[in-house]
Ligand binder design. Structure first.
Ligand code: AHR
Length: 662
C-alpha cells in the first residue's frame, strides 16, 4: 500500500469505518505479568575495531605516543637532529627520542605528529599536552609545542603555541594547557627546541587530550562518544571484544594485565583489524592499552552498565589458526586461568589483595562489583570445551557467585552451534554467547527463535548481532534497523531465557572502518547515531520490569505466515506504571491495530498513550554526519479515557513503542 492507500486508511479510520479483515487484534494479558526483564537487557558490545578505542572513544590525540610501533617513528616526522633511543624510564615501553642541536642557531630540531586522521582541535577548547622529558647532560632547554595547520594559506600555520622548560636531568612529566584560536580538522602537533644550543632533550610518552573529556578524567574518553553510550542506558557493557580477545596468534591476544597500572608503562599490542581485511588495510592501527581494563570498569560504572569482560580461553583466533600448536595445550592453561581469577580479584577484591590493591592505587578502592565473566570469544569445537572446563571449575571454586559466559561459536545455527549448546549445558555455563550477523531474510524468519529454547539450561546472551543488508545494502540503513527491532520482540518476549543482548560492533571511524554496519559513527570531532542505535535505545529505555503475554489469534506475534509482517511484544513497567507494547510493521502496507487489554481492572485504566515511532520515507535511508537526524524516533501523545482497547494505524515499515500510562 502506497501513500494513497495509507491516506485512505487514515480517512476510513477518521470516519469511523472499520477496515474489516485488515484489522490486527492484539491482546495483551495485563493481569498476568510474566518473567522479570533482566537488568542486563539491552547492552553494549565494545571492541577496538574501526578505531573504536585508540583514535576513537579513547581521547588521546597523539598516535604512537611512546614510539613503540614496530616502525618506531610511524605517525611522526622528525627534523633536525633527532635520534631514537631504547633505554627509557618505562621498561615495557623503552623507546624515546633524543633532540640534539641541529648544528646552527637558525636550524631546528623537533618532530611532528599526524594524530589519528589528523590532529583535530576546536577554537577556544582546552587541550592538555604532556610529555616525559629530561636533559640528560643537565641544564635547561625550552621546547615549543604547537598545533599547526600545515596547509594554511594564512601568514602563520600556527593556531596554538606554548613553551615548556625542561629543567632536570631526571625524567619528569611536564604538562601545559593549549587553547587554539582557530578550529582545525587536519592539524598536526609540532614540538621543537627553541634556540637550540648544546642542551640535549629526551622525550617520551608525548600525549595530548582534550581537557573536556567525559567526566573530566585525564586519561579520559571522548565526551560525545561516551555520552552516546550513556544515553542508551545500557544494561551491560561487554569488552574488550570480539576477535581481539583471541589475537591472530597467542602473542597478540588481549592480555588485561598489560592494560592496567600507569598508562606510560602499558605495552603496545598489535590490533588484528589493522590487517584482517586487505581491502581496508590500516598499517598504523595498534592498541596502546590506554583504554584498558580499569577504564572499562570505570566506564561501565559511569554509564550504569554491568561490566562483562571476555577473556582468552587459551585459543588464538580459530579462523586464522588451524594447527593445534597455535593454541595452549589443555594441561598448560594455568597462566590463563590465573588471569581470570586475578581479574575477579582486580574488580572485586579487598584493597589488601594484590590486584584489589592495584585497583585502589589506580583510584577506585571500592569494588567494581563484577558479576559476569566470559571465557572465550567466538570459539568452537571440542578444543574450546576442553579448555573452558578447567576455567569453569577454578572460577566456581574461588568465586561461586560469578556467572560464566560460554560461546556457541560464530554461527547462529549449524554444526558448531548444535554441538556447543549441549556442551555448554554439560559444563554448566550460566549464559551462552550467540553471534549472528545475518541478512534481512534471516531476521524476518527469527521472530520465534527463542520461544522454544530450553528454559532449564543456560541463559542466552545474544552477544553480537546486526542485520547485514544483502545485495549491496550492507550499511546502516533504516530497513536493517527495523528488522532488528522486529527480531528483538522475540528477545523481549523470552525474557525468562534471554538475559543479555548486545548489538555489534559499536563504533566506527568514518575514515578508518574495517567492518560495517556499526551502531555509532564518528570522525575526529563529531558523531552520529544510526537507526540501529535508536532501536537499541528504544528497547533499553522501555524494557519494563516484566513480560506481558501478547497474542494475535492466540498466537505470539512473530512475523509468521498470516501475521501481515507484524512482530510484537509487551511488558509491564511497575515503576513507571505503564504497559509498553512494541510493534514492528515490516510490511509495505499500513496495518490497523486494535490493542485489547485483557484482565484490565478499573483501577488500572489507561489515562494516556505515548507513541514513539521510528520510520523513514526511504527504507534505505541512513543517518550521516551531515544529516544525523534523518531517521530518529518521533513522539506523540494521546488521551485515552477509561477504555480497555486502543485502535490505531501503524504505517508501513515502522517500529512503534506504545506506552499505555495508567
Ligand atoms: O564484531 C566484529 C567481529 O565479529 C568480532 O570481533 C568477532 O567476535 C565477530 O566475528
Amino acid at each position: 500500500m502506497g501513500f494513497k492507500s495509507q491516506l485512505l486508511t487514515a480517512m476510513a479510520l477518521a470516519a469511523g469505518l472499520s477496515l474489516g479483515a485488515a484489522t490486527n487484534e492484539l491482546t495483551v494479558q495485563v493481569n498476568k505479568p510474566g518473567a522479570p526483564v533482566q537488568p542486563t537487557m539491552y547492552g553494549l558490545f565494545f571492541e577496538d575495531i574501526n578505531y573504536a578505542a585508540d583514535g576513537g572513544l579513547y581521547a588521546e590525540m597523539v598516535k604512537n605516543r611512546s614510539f613503540e610501533f614496530p616502525q618506531n617513528l610511524m605517525g611522526w616526522v622528525t627534523f633536525g637532529n633527532v635520534s631514537l633511543k631504547d633505554d627509557g624510564p618505562f621498561d615495557r615501553n623503552p623507546h624515546y627520542v633524543r633532540l640534539g642541536a641541529a648544528g646552527h642557531g637558525h636550524k631546528h630540531t623537533g618532530l611532528e605528529n599526524e594524530g589519528f586522521f589528523g590532529v583535530t582541535v576546536k577554537k577556544g577548547a582546552k587541550y592538555r599536552f604532556s610529555t616525559w622529558a629530561r636533559t640528560p647532560g643537565g641544564g635547561k632547554a625550552k621546547l615549543r609545542v604547537e598545533i599547526i595547520n600545515p596547509a594554511s594559506s594564512a601568514n602563520s600555520q600556527v593556531i596554538a603555541s606554548k613553551e615548556i622548560t625542561v629543567d632536570s636531568k631526571d625524567w619528569k612529566k611536564y604538562e601545559v594547557e593549549i587553547t587554539p584560536d582557530k578550529s582545525e580538522k587536519k592539524g598536526k602537533l609540532r614540538i621543537f627546541l627553541v634556540k637550540p644550543d648544546e642542551t640535549v632533550v629526551d622525550l617520551e610518552h608525548v600525549s595530548m587530550f582534550p581537557v573536556d573529556t567525559y567526566k573530566g578524567r585525564e586519561n579520559g574518553m571522548r565526551k560525545d562518544l561516551a555520552q552516546a553510550l550513556a544515553d542508551i542506558h545500557p544494561g551491560v557493557f561487554r569488552f574488550p571484544g570480539g576477535c581481539i580477545v583471541e589475537g591472530t596468534d597467542l602473542a597478540t591476544r588481549y592480555q588485561w594485565k598489560n592494560t592496567v597500572g600507569p598508562v606510560e608503562n602499558r605495552p603496545l599490542n598489535e590490533n588484528r583489524w589493522h590487517y584482517t581485511f586487505t581491502n581496508r588495510f590500516y598499517p598504523d592501527y595498534y592498541q596502546t592499552g590506554g583504554l584498558g581494563f580499569y577504564e572499562y570498569f570505570l566506564l561501565s560504572e559511569d554509564i550504569g552498565a554491568e561490566p562483562l569482560p571476555i577473556l582468552n580461553v587459551g585459543l588464538s583466533c580459530q579462523y586464522q589458526n588451524d594447527k593445534p600448536s597455535a593454541h595452549v595445550p589443555v594441561d598448560s592453561l594455568d597462566e590463563y586461568i590465573q588471569d581470570a581469577l586475578d581479574l575477579i580479584e582486580f574488580a572485586n577484591g579487598a584493597v589488601s589483595t594484590k590486584w584489589g590493591g592495584l585497583r585502589a592505587e589506580m583510584g577506585h578502592p571500592e569494588p567494581f562489583n563484577l558479576k559476569f565473566i566470559g571465557i572465550g570469544n567466538e570459539q568452537w569445537g571440542p578444543e574450546y570445551v576442553e579448555r573452558l572446563k578447567p576455567f569453569v571449575e577454578a572460577i566456581r571454586k574461588a568465586y561461586p557467585g560469578i556467572k560464566i559466559v560460554g560461546s556457541s561459536g560464530p554461527n547462529s545455527e549449524g554444526k558448531d552451534f548444535d554441538y556447543l549448546w549441549p556442551e555448554m549445558r554439560r559444563v554448566k555455563a550460566d549464559l551462552v554467547d550467540e553471534h549472528f550477523y545475518r541478512n534481512e531474510k534471516w531476521f524476518l524468519s527469527q521472530g520465534a527463535r527463542y520461544d522454544s529454547y530450553d528454559r532449564k539450561g543456560p541463559k542466552v546472551f545474544a552477544g553480537e548481532y546486526a542485520c547485514h543488508g544483502s545485495k549491496g545494502k550492507k550499511y546502516n540503513h533504516f530497513n536493517a534497523a527495523l528488522l532488528e527491532a522486529a527480531f528483538m520482540t522475540g528477545l523481549e518476549r523470552n525474557a525468562d531465557v534471554v538475559h543479555m543482548a548486545t548489538y555489534a560492533p559499536l563504533f566506527a571511524h568514518i575514515e578508518g572502518w574495517q567492518w560495517r554496519p556499526d551502531m555509532i559513527w564518528f570522525d575526529n570531532d563529531s558523531s552520529f547515531r544510526t537507526a540501529s542505535y535508536y532501536v537499541q535505545q528504544l528497547y533499553a529505555h522501555n524494557k519494563g520490569t516484566n513480560v506481558l503475554p501478547l497474542t494475535m489469534d492466540k498466537k505470539a506475534v512473530t512475523g509468521a505466515e498470516g501475521q501481515n509482517g507484524l512482530f510484537a511484544s509487551a511488558v509491564l513497567d511497575k515503576e513507571r506504571n505503564e504497559y509498553i507494547v512494541k510493534v514492528a510493521n515490516t510490511s509495505d502496507e499500513s496495518q490497523e491495530l486494535k490493542i485489547n487489554f485483557a484482565g484490565l481492572k478499573k483501577k488500572d485504566n489507561v489515562k494516556k498513550v505515548v507513541v514513539q515511532t521510528l520510520s523513514s520515507d526511504d527504507p534505505l535511508a541512513d543517518n550521516s554526519l551531515e544529516n544525523p537526524d534523518r531517521v530518529k524516533p518521533v513522539t506523540k501523545e494521546f488521551a485515552m479515557d477509561e477504555r480497555a482497547d486502543w485502535t490505531t494505524v501503524l504505517a508501513p515499515k515502522t517500529f512503534a513503542v506504545y506506552h499505555f500510562v495508567k
